[in-house]
Write a protein that binds this ligand. Sequence first.
Ligand SMILES: Cc1ncc(COP(=O)(O)O)c(C=O)c1O
Length: 407
Amino acid sequence: MAQLAVKGGKPVRTEDFPVWPVWGDEEIQNLTDVVKSGKWGCLSGTRTAEFEQQFATYQHARHGICVNSGTTALRLALIAADVSARDEVIVPAYTFIATASAVIDMGGIPIFVDIDPETYNMDVKAAEQAITERTRAIMPVHFAGRPIDMDAVLALAKKHGLKVIEDAAQAWGAEWKGNRLGAMGDAGCFSFQSSKNINAGEGGIIITNDDMVAKMAHSHNNCGRSEDGLWYEHFYFGGNTRMTEFQAAVLQAQFGRYDEQKEIRQENLAYLNENLGEIEGIEPLADDENITSHGSHLYILRYKKESFANKPKEKFIEAMQQEGIPTSTGYSIPLYKQPVFLNKAFGPRGKTIDLPVDYASFDCPETEKACSEEAIWFTQNMLLGTRNDMNDIITAIKKVKENADEM
Ligand SMILES: Cc1ncc(COP(=O)(O)O)c(C=O)c1O
């Protein structure tokens, strides 16, 4: 008789994992207050400015500029940090498209580099090899909330005179050697989109310790205005990418719960690392004692099919899902292989804009391997579960391994 649920056996669990978002009376009260105040935009209300300061302080930064998404945050941070059209910006090939599309959107040229297979973060040595005389900035991503080696990133940037814009869209409160991420370089960007651990439906923030970057980000976010100029006086190029007071109201409530949730996620992440690390063919991302806090946005493991009867990861994912464990493949296409990059379809209606780069010539083997063979993702809401929930994940993986022939 078959053991695996995918072949008709009894699943490990049938209960749901914790749902996301988590919300309570605070969100309702804050939203009600905003509605009643009649001050719905950040230029009339005070909540967005309050949250900017709260979050910046939390991230060990002096300035915070709230915007309408993490993607906007990246685009404006690049411009505010003085990256220009046709400048090259180094980004990892294994990330959400926004990291690269923000560069395209401001007229720059994303140059993709491979990831370190132990961390799934940008390989800083590969980044160094990708530097040309046109390189202006490096944009490391703290993938899954796991900080990249910021010492290596900052040293590389210093050596080559590069701007550092951290894509910390998944890394609220994460730390490298006790330093929170985002403001160690020129600027850092966070997302508050629905799936994120601090969620306002949509939203983002730029943080920085650089007064000029802050001033320019504020202005670009607010139609090119200046703090001491007239309402209809526009000094710089900019649009309206401001956050609303409704988003800030929800963010304040979400933020109030964040540290407690972060602790639960981190404990579960450590527990999974400890227990899954013992299973041959399952490799959690490498630990690093310099990571003093992990953003815990995703739990990532690497699947080695040799230990699972040579079954491809899609079979493993399907088997796990049938056992009652929501399991996903994550990014399945390296960014340089996305049609938009292969075709340089950066113009209106997909028209080609012939930037001086050939994305078809890129080859990042570790990214390819993560996408097609190894990377397995569990989402942050699962990390809010109980010890029993974590044990079910471990049990399901062991069960699928023991019966891998059935997949
Ligand atoms: C690594 C990364 N960068 C950028 C973004 C863009 O953020 P948003 O969806 O808020 O625009 C996201 C999330 O969606 C992300 O995961």
